[in-house]
Design a protein around this ligand. Structure first.
Ligand SMILES: Cc1cc2nc3c(=O)[nH]c(=O)nc-3n(C[C@H](O)[C@H](O)[C@H](O)COP(=O)(O)O)c2cc1C
Length: 282
C-alpha cells in the first residue's frame, strides 16, 4: 500500500470529505512522512482474499502491538490468533455472521487480560485486590486498544487490510468459551487481517471537521451544529456513493445507535456479563 498511496492533499481531502482543513499546503509538505500517509489512508476493509499472510506476519504485528505504551508497563492485554476455519466460522456466528471474520486468513481477538497479573499474584503469594476495581478494568481496556491499534497500523503499513470486530461483544461469554479465556479476561474486540480481495477495497470514510473535535485551551461549546450539518451532507454523499441504503445522515444514524437500551442490540447487559467473567468493577 505504501507504494501506491495518493498524495497528502488528496488523502486529507478524502479524510474530511473535501471540507476545509486548517492545514496550509506548506505545512502539509513540511510535515510529510510515510507513517503519516499510512495513518491518513486508513479505511476498514471487509473483503479479504484467501491469499495467506507472509511467514512471520503475526509475530511482527504482535511485536508492533507490544511496542505500544502501556499503563505502568502492566501490559494488561493478550491476543488470541485464530486461523482455524471452523473456529472463525463460530466466531463469525457470534459476530452477527459477518463474512469478513470467516474469510480473513487471520483473525485476532484482543483480550483485556487481568488474569495474568492475578495469576502472578497467586504464584508469588501476593494480594492483587486492585484487580477487582473498575480502574484496573479501564487500564486493561486502554492497554488493549492501544496495542491493537499499533498492530492495525503495522498491518496497513505492510499493505494488508484490517477490520475491527466489536460484534464479538454480542456474546462475551460465548466468545470467552470459544477462545478458552480464563476468568478476569474479556475479548474487547476482534480484528480481521488479510490481503484485500481484488476490486473489494473500501474508500476512505470522511470524519467530522476538526472544528468539532479540536478544542484549543478549553472545550468550545459553539459551532457544533454548523460542523455537524456540513458533515451530514458529506456523509450523505458518501453513503450514496458506497451504496449504503437506509442511511439518511451521519447524525441520524449515530443517534439511532444510542437511542435506548434496545439500540445496543443485546449489549445492554454488558455489566452482568463482565461480572460472570470475573470482573467485579468495584
Ligand atoms: C472497536 C471497534 C469495533 C468495530 N466493530 C466493527 C464490526 O463489528 N464490524 C464492522 O464491519 N466494522 C466494525 N468497526 C469498524 C468501524 O465501523 C469503522 O472503523 C468506522 O465506520 C470508520 O470507518 P473506517 O475505519 O473505514 O474509517 C469497528 C471499529 C472499532 C474501532
Amino acid at each position: 500500500m505504501t507504494s501506491s498511496l495518493p498524495d497528502r492533499t488528496a488523502l486529507l481531502s478524502a479524510r474530511y470529505g473535501g471540507l476545509q482543513t486548517s492545514q496550509s499546503p506548506e505545512a502539509l509538505a513540511r510535515l510529510a512522512h510515510p507513517t503519516l500517509d499510512t495513518l491518513l489512508a486508513h479505511r476498514s476493509q471487509r473483503n479479504f482474499s484467501a491469499e495467506p499472510l507472509a511467514a512471520g506476519t503475526l509475530e511482527t504485528l504482535v511485536a508492533a502491538a507490544q511496542s505500544a505504551s502501556t499503563s505502568s508497563n502492566l501490559q494488561c492485554w493478550s491476543v488470541v490468533a485464530v486461523e482455524d476455519a471452523q473456529r472463525k466460522q463460530r466466531l463469525s456466528a457470534i459476530a452477527s455472521n459477518q463474512a469478513s471474520v470467516r474469510d480473513c486468513p487471520l483473525f485476532l481477538a484482543w483480550v483485556v487480560d487481568l488474569a495474568r497479573l492475578g495469576q502472578i499474584g497467586t504464584f508469588s503469594a501476593q494480594e492483587a485486590q486492585g484487580l477487582d476495581y473498575l480502574e484496573a478494568f479501564l487500564v486493561g481496556v486502554v492497554d488493549t486498544a492501544l496495542a491493537a491499534q499499533n498492530a492495525a497500523v503495522a498491518a496497513e503499513s505492510l499493505g494488508l487490510g484490517i477490520n475491527y470486530i466489536g460484534a464479538l461483544r454480542n456474546d462475551p461469554e460465548a466468545t470467552a468459551a470459544e477462545l478458552g479465556l480464563p476468568p478476569r479476561s474479556f475479548a474487547l474486540f476482534g480484528m480481521c487481517v488479510g490481503h484485500v480481495a481484488e476490486g473489494g477495497g473500501m474508500d476512505i470514510k470522511p470524519r467530522l471537521p476538526q472544528s468539532a473535535v479540536l478544542h484549543r485551551e478549553q472545550y468550545r461549546h459553539d459551532g457544533l451544529q454548523d460542523a455537524v450539518h456540513a458533515y451530514d451532507e458529506v456523509m450523505t454523499g458518501f453513503y450514496s456513493a458506497q451504496a449504503m441504503p437506509g442511511r439518511s445522515s451521519w447524525s441520524a444514524h449515530s443517534l439511532a445507535r444510542v437511542r435506548d437500551a434496545k439500540a445496543l442490540r443485546g449489549r445492554d447487559v454488558m455489566r452482568a456479563a463482565l461480572a460472570r467473567l470475573g470482573f467485579e468493577l468495584r
